[in-house]
Design a protein around this ligand. Structure first.
Ligand code: FAD
Ligand code: SF4
Length: 579
């Protein structure tokens, strides 16, 4: 590596991976990416109860507010759980960021989304070419048809389609970034491996439903298998994992740290290697892509704790949105749901987001699968959750034993009992007819991120978004009636008196705007993504979004990152990634 790098990218989620690949395409061997989490090669995602219980992010010295059982341990796992007042958030640590655990959905929001709070001109039509290129690289497509391949049939998808039809609403198969082979029209047989078009080995999806806990067969098109793969293998980007960026300081013309400088002479990025300790690197440019929580936290600390970036806008941390996330469950319906099969989300049903747009109640309803092992776990809990159900099963098993005993006396032999006993024990399990409802929509995006004792805090004025949440709960109750279930409940944290939302779609805080009085990052054509007050300092991740998008946000984050990278490099993006 030369003395002064051309760019340091902080974070390796969608924004970071795209920035790293595109900048390395322009400046070969001169781009460094710092990622706090680990690499996850094929087969390395934890599955045993012990490893799963340790799969959280809480490295030593990190004082961020997290659930107590996590905060007091030294952990370097994937799930970074943040607890705030009235809103908790889940993000991912690892090479690939949120792509490692996301539900694969690539969904462009409707044009109306860009009419509230977005800088003029930065709208759907303008961003369309960038959506297209990201969609292509990430390989977004619907689940393959199952008319000629019964193993591909997903019962849950059909249930949600039936519900939408029953309600007079539209259910659309979602484009998902999952590998079913390189030829979209002729899927590769389930479980067969081949190289994707960027040279990384992937497996044609096995329908195991484990997408949200890391895909051990590398069937998800996570960004380490496309953008980052090319960045590292072709454009010789340097990727350092388990490195936490801690401070950004501008340099003066002598190459010294100078907090009055505006970045014209570059930056020093201080980071901590989790094994080797503190280090720093000097660079002409910095792209901050640490995700909404990470980028806000890092920049707020640089402005308010270390004083190294004092020119940052006073709007930093404002316009936080949880993208209207709301998770709920319908248990023990009378219709088959089979939620333990297939990629985690397959369709979305529109509630006034795309059609009959109503900004106060615009959301989508998505189906969700969850891993088989979770279903076994639920079964294991039955003795404590559902004594009546267990007694019924016990009675069935005793009857079965009795039948076999009688048969033994008649025929003189005992046969077929193990299979029959297993059948009596397992049939009618709770999971098969239970449903996870995932909703997201246009919340008001009026949260504020600040620092408390040097750590991130969120003020979430939940009440302003209540019409949205009420609409979502009403839809959930209708689903309950549709499947003839008696039990509908939102995530337990929503119950009185806690009333906490949980989001997996944190957005905003470093929003794009026309001026520093309105936001943190420039939306001007010639300054795309550059932080107001500084040269060569950029933000490229979910924190840029000035409002909720209602749809799953990765498509928009990726489109914006492509647009910003083009502004920095002057190279029009295409799906070849310059490989
Ligand atoms: C369970 C789940 C399911 C989801 N499903 C979907 C979906 O289907 N579709 C969709 O559109 N969205 C989905 N999302 C949301 C999506 O994952 C995020 O919106 C997206 O990953 C955000 O991209 P990003 O570039 O902003 O940041 P991230 O992907 O969060 O990446 C930020 C990266 O920066 C790293 N980092 C943070 N701080 C530092 C630091 N100081 N130094 C070095 N590295 C740092 C982090 O470890 C992380 O790797 C889901 C999220 C979750 C949790
Ligand atoms: S269902 Fe999800 S986790 Fe399972 S193989 Fe397919 S993409 Fe991977």
């Amino acid at each position: 590596m030369g003395e002064l790098l051309e760019a340091v990218v902080i974070g390796s989620g969608f924004g970071g991976a795209i920035s790293c690949c595109r900048l390395a395409q322009k400046w070969k061997n001169k781009v460094l990416l710092l990622e706090r989490g680990k690499r996850y090669p094929m087969g390395s995602f934890p599955r045993s109860p012990h490893d799963f219980a340790s799969n959280f992010w809480s490295p030593p010295g990190d004082q961020t507010r997290r659930p107590e059982h996590i905060a007091k341990r030294d952990l370097r796992g994937m799930f970074d759980m943040r607890t705030f007042t009235r809103m908790d958030a889940v993000v991912c640590a690892g090479l690939g960021g949120g792509s490692l655990i996301y539900a694969n959905v690539f969904l462009e929001p409707p044009t109306q989304t860009f009419e509230r709070g977005w800088p003029k001109g930065l709208d759907k039509a303008y961003l369309q070419p960038y959506y297209e290129v990201a969609r292509s690289v990430l390989g977004a497509r619907p689940v393959p048809s199952w008319t000629s391949e019964p193993r591909r049939k997903i019962i849950r998808t059909e249930l949600f389609q039936d519900f939408a039809h029953n309600q007079g609403r539209d259910s659309t198969l979602a484009d998902i970034c999952v590998f079913f082979g390189n030829d979209f029209n002729n899927p590769t047989p389930i479980g067969v491996q081949e190289k994707n078009r960027y040279g990384a080995v992937q497996t044609s999806c096995t329908y195991c439903a484990e997408c949200d806990v890391g895909c051990n067969t590398h069937s998800k098109n996570t960004v380490d298998l496309n953008y980052l793969h090319v960045a590292e293998q072709v454009h010789q980007a340097h990727i350092q994992t388990e490195c936490v960026a801690e401070k950004i300081v501008p340099l003066n013309e002598l190459g010294e740290e100078d907090t009055t400088a505006d970045g014209t002479h570059g930056y020093r990025v201080h980071y901590r290697h989790l094994d080797d300790g503190p280090a720093f690197v000097d660079t002409r440019r910095v792209v901050v892509s640490a995700g909404t929580l990470g980028s806000n936290e890092l920049l707020l600390r640089c402005r308010d704790k270390f004083g190294t970036l004092p020119r940052l806008s006073q709007r930093l941390g404002r316009r936080f949105s949880g993208n209207g996330d709301f998770l709920s469950f319908v248990v023990k319906g009378k219709k088959r749901a089979d939620p333990n099969y297939g990629p985690v989300i397959t369709q979305y049903t529109d509630y006034n987001l795309f059609k009959n747009h109503d900004p106060d109640r615009a959301f989508i309803l998505e189906d969700a699968s969850y891993p088989n092992f979770a279903a076994w776990f639920v079964e294991g809990l039955q003795p404590s959750l559902n004594i009546l159900g267990v007694l019924k099963k016990t009675w069935r098993v005793l009857c079965s034993i009795w039948r076999h005993l009688v048969q033994t006396f008649v025929d003189g032999k005992w046969s077929g009992s193990v299979g029959d006993l297993a059948n009596q024990l397992l049939k009618g399990d709770e999971s098969y007819r239970s449903i996870v409802l995932l909703c997201m929509g246009l919340d008001k995006g009026d949260g504020v991120l600040t620092l408390r004792d040097g750590n991130l805090e969120l003020d979430w004025p939940q009440q302003t978004s209540m019409p949205l949440y009420d609409g979502i709960i009403a839809a959930g109750k209708k689903f309950k009636a549709f499947v003839q279930s008696c039990i509908f409940f939102p995530l337990p944290t929503w119950l009185w008196p806690v009333r906490n939302n949980i989001t997996v779609h944190s957005l905003g805080g470093c929003i794009l705007a026309d001026s520093p009085e309105q936001g943190v990052v420039s939306a001007a054509e010639h300054d795309r993504g550059q932080v107001f007050g500084y040269q060569g300092l950029y933000v490229a991740d979910g924190s840029l979004l000035p409002s909720a998008v209602g749809a799953n946000p990765v498509a928009t984050i990726s489109a914006l990152a492509e647009w910003i990278a083009e502004g920095i490099t002057g190279i029009a993006p295409d799906e070849s990634l310059g490989a």
